[in-house]
Unconditional design. Structure first.
Length: 378
């Protein structure tokens, strides 16, 4: 995950076969106007869009604090060129696709789960499970080549007794075992402590995957139409059988495009009409945060109310460091209240007066929804 103005920013790559709705979804999410014509490889260079992370908690905090400004956290979506079979060997725009996907933190894999005669499928028929297998196979083959090349280099050092090489070879062997079975490295028997050894190789199949089942508007909210239900159930059954830890989100890119052009009031009414409580953007971001183990904390005051993203399990000093390195270096304590309590008491002063404001030290682990005032001295 990269830093933008000193802040952690999630980068999600939207991938899939040509003409499954990637660019249409990207346009709806980011309102960036990327080309989405009905022909393969419409997207050549990746389109990048940075959008605000919607969070009703920040809106409430901003309202209660009467802050001058409201600053949300952001997420970056990257619309990557459609992949075809043979991409790992340079077919189509394979090299460009694989290079671009190495740069993202997570993958949103769009699977077409609707029938539409006017929108051609690059393979002539709609089969989301087949499409998923094609993309993952190309990622596995690309990683297999990377791991094989590295093993050739490290094996000689391991045979000579070099400890670091021996450890690295053991981890690479685990990755190779998964890849040779056609499985992603993320499901290999590799511990969290061992994974950093692989970080420098930018393996594609270590990245968390979120499947986006792109359905027709008439299929919402639960993909109940007979044809779509069969396609959608196939995606769910495939994921359940493999148990690779991927998540599935149902989205209608056509609907999201309409919502992107509406104001908040009309958008809310439209969502209610189709039986949805939130937009596809909200669902995508929420699940992506869960996949990557991210949480949000807030700071608030007269000048601004702001949302910050940190990794789950971050300590109070680490969270303070997201604001400024001086905050972490000179950390004294964190005055903390959870959003639920803050929303109830209504102000920072009331939180102090009622005794619900806590003072936490260096060992405190930040919880999603915490509102924090950092005390520090440099």
């Amino acid at each position: 995950m990269g830093l933008r103005n000193g802040r952690l920013m999630l980068k999600v790559g939207i991938v899939g076969l040509p003409n499954v709705g990637k660019s249409s979804l990207f346009n709806a999410l980011t309102a960036a106007g990327a080309p989405s014509e009905n022909y393969p490889f419409c997207t050549v260079e990746p389109n990048v869009g940075t959008v605000e992370v919607p969070d009703a908690r920040l809106d409430r905090i901003h309202e209660l604090s009467e802050s001058q400004t409201r600053v949300p956290t952001v997420i970056q979506f990257v619309d990557i060129a459609g992949l075809v079979e043979g991409a790992s060997e340079g077919e189509g725009l394979g090299n460009k696709f694989l290079g671009n996907i190495r740069e993202v933190d997570a993958i949103a894999h769009v699977l077409r789960c609707f029938e539409e005669e006017d929108i051609t499928h690059v393979l002539g028929s709609v089969d989301p499970v087949r499409d998923r297998e094609i993309v993952e196979t190309e990622l596995v083959l690309a990683d297999l080549e990377t791991v094989q090349r590295r093993l050739e280099k490290v094996e000689k050092k391991a045979k000579s007794g070099e400890k670091d090489a021996i450890r690295e070879k053991g981890i690479l062997d685990k990755a190779m075992h998964a890849l040779e079975r056609g499985r992603p490295v993320r499901v290999a028997d590799i511990s969290a402590d061992e994974m950093p050894i692989l970080a420098g190789f930018q393996l594609l199949t270590t990245k968390p995957v979120l499947y986006v089942a792109n359905v027709a508007e008439s299929d919402l909210p639960d993909a109940d139409n007979v044809s779509t239900r069969a396609l959608f159930d196939a995606v769910k059954g495939d994921a359940a059988e493999r148990q690779d830890g991927e998540a599935i989100v149902t989205v209608c890119s056509a609907l999201e495009s309409e919502l992107a052009e509406m104001d908040d009031t009309d958008s809310k009414l439209f969502l209610e009409e189709v039986g949805l409580s939130e937009t596809g953007l909200n669902r995508l971001i929420r699940v992506a945060y869960e996949l990557l183990g991210l949480v949000t904390f807030f700071t608030t005051g007269e000048n601004e109310s702001r949302a910050w993203t940190v990794r789950s399990g971050s300590s109070a000093p680490q969270a303070a460091g997201m604001i400024h390195s001086d905050f972490e270096r000179g950390f004294i304590r964190a005055e903390t209240i959870h959003f639920d309590a803050f929303s109830s008491v209504g102000s920072w002063k009331s939180a102090r007066d009622t005794g619900v404001l806590r003072s936490e030290g260096k060992g405190y682990t930040v919880v999603d929804g915490d509102i924090i005032l950092f005390r520090f001295n440099v």
